[in-house]
Design a protein around this ligand. Structure first.
Ligand code: SAM
Length: 254
């Protein structure tokens, strides 16, 4: 675990309900900023949404927020069967299988799994990332076109390793995407994800996640890896599905 110690504060527009502002500052332990100053990292709450930004840094994109109603996201959700992730995760003889998305991030993969009919239990240990995701889920739940998908997604903030010690439900599938974006400007990280690099990485070693996931004995554990990345230490995957830049290692068990 490493930290860049970026100062982070919450900036709330005056129209935002005071109780929501208080809940966010208290649950995230953030000071309330009264103005945009310097190039500190800001969590900005407006009546429309919660977003992460770093005003004053010309190298970074404007802001990052979660939006499942974006046309590109909705388009992908129309044909989930085309997604390599969905092909990797699919299980036979289960009408609405339960998947633990152990590394929820911004919920992009979780959304695809939910669009494919999975009940998705998402876990995210970084409270800032989780707050962005929760805000995106709440907004999307009000969008009639995708509300049914969002209903299948549930987020828990915390370390999934704690949950996996004694899971409340037996999942058919556990999905792991431990690739926290590289902390390098040179890395080919999608523009909006560069902002995430500035947050503390609270991730656990991916091997620990794999070990804990296999111990639950789900039908499948699916791990997203860089295409040429090494296998995670542990048993060899049963098979691999390869995309252009990433691959899914699938461990069949159960
Ligand atoms: C590469 S991102 C996942 C991206 C996600 N698949 C998506 O589609 O948006 C990995 C995320 O897993 C989270 N994470 C890592 N270890 C975790 C753990 N032990 N428990 C919960 N979340 C964890 C990190 O904080 C990070 O946000």
């Amino acid at each position: 675990m490493h930290s860049l110690h970026q100062p982070l504060a919450l900036l709330a527009d005056p129209q935002c309900p005071a109780d929501r502002v208080r809940l966010l500052t208290e649950s995230l332990g953030l000071p309330l900023a009264t103005e945009v100053r310097g190039s500190a990292l800001l969590l900005h709450l407006s009546p429309e949404r919660l977003e992460l930004s770093k005003p004053g840094d010309p190298d970074l994109p404007g802001a990052l927020w979660v939006d499942f109603t974006r046309p590109a996201a909705r388009k992908r959700a129309l044909h989930p069967g085309r997604e390599l992730l969905v092909q990797a995760a699919k299980v036979r003889h289960a009408a609405s299988p339960l998947v633990i998305d152990a590394t929820a991030g911004l919920g992009r993969d979780g959304f695809l799994l939910a669009a494919a009919g999975f009940q998705v239990r998402m876990f995210e240990c970084n409270p800032i990332v989780a707050a962005l995701l929760q805000d995106g889920l709440e907004r999307a739940a009000r969008s009639p076109q995708i509300a049914a998908i969002i209903e299948r997604m549930r987020l828990t903030v915390g370390n999934v390793l704690d949950y996996l010690q004694q899971p409340a439900e037996q999942p058919e599938v556990i999905y792991l995407d431990p690739m926290f974006p590289e902390r390098s400007k040179a890395a080919k990280v999608k523009q909006d994800l560069q902002l995430l690099q500035l947050l503390d990485d609270q991730s656990q070693a991916p091997e620990l996640l794999l070990q804990a996931a296999l111990a639950i004995r789900p039908k499948k554990v699916v791990v997203k890896r860089p295409l040429k990345g090494p296998l995670l230490a542990g048993p060899a995957p049963s098979y691999t599905l390869k995309g252009k830049a990433i691959r899914f290692d699938v461990y069949v068990g159960g």
